[in-house]
Write a protein that binds this ligand. Sequence first.
Ligand code: HEC
Length: 216
Amino acid sequence: MKPRTSMKTKVYISVLAVCLSLLTFTLVFADKAAITENGLVLLKDDGTWIATEANLPLDGPTAMKNIDKAMGMMMGGPEDMKMMQEMIMKRHAEVLAKGEKLFNDPKLGGASKGISCASCHPQGGTTGGKAEIPKMHGYGPFQIPIPSLIGAAASFPKFKAPNADIITISQMNNNCTAMFVGGKRLSLNGEESHALTLYVTNLSKGKQIEPGKMEM
Ligand code: HEC
């Protein structure tokens, strides 16, 4: 068995290394960040800090670089912290607005039936009507009551019959995109899916999270 002290030493050295690199980043990156018109934070000498596309291939080195830059800003003092917070809030609002737009977009996923999410879930609620699932595998058609989405995201992940499995809220959005809006399923790594998920999840703001909860 290896002596424990050598492990401890390794930890100390790693911590020291991290602190040193943070310090370096602070010195190098403080005062070098700028917010562009479209809300991107750029580091003047080093390109994009937060990407517009949430589906960038986030490999290890890219992730570490982004974390280093964020840490650099955090260590840059209260001004930089405030700037970073404002930037994040702005990005949040942007993506939320985009989600709302997609929710109201009858062309979502290339659809052409003239139906958007909001046609059945107006402002995240329900028309109070029913939606029809066409005949499949010899069963149906079924008339299903349209639920309100207020609080819905708080019950995910949960079981859904069409998938015969536990699914996330983003996958559920895709179910409705495919079954009802008539569009193609959005890539779960893509910005559109993230935006729609933020909008739908935001409809559960303040609700208690109860994964798996079924309305009976
Ligand atoms: C034609 C009407 C219709 C349209 C359009 C529609 N939905 Fe639905 N939605 C339903 C029905 C019916 C259900 C219940 C089906 C189920 O739970 O499996 C449902 C369920 C959901 C649920 C799960 C609610 C829960 O509590 O389990 C979410 C989330 C949802 N829809 C989001 C969306 C989004 C996002 C869109 C647009 C991409 C959309 N819906 C478009 C009818 C519709």
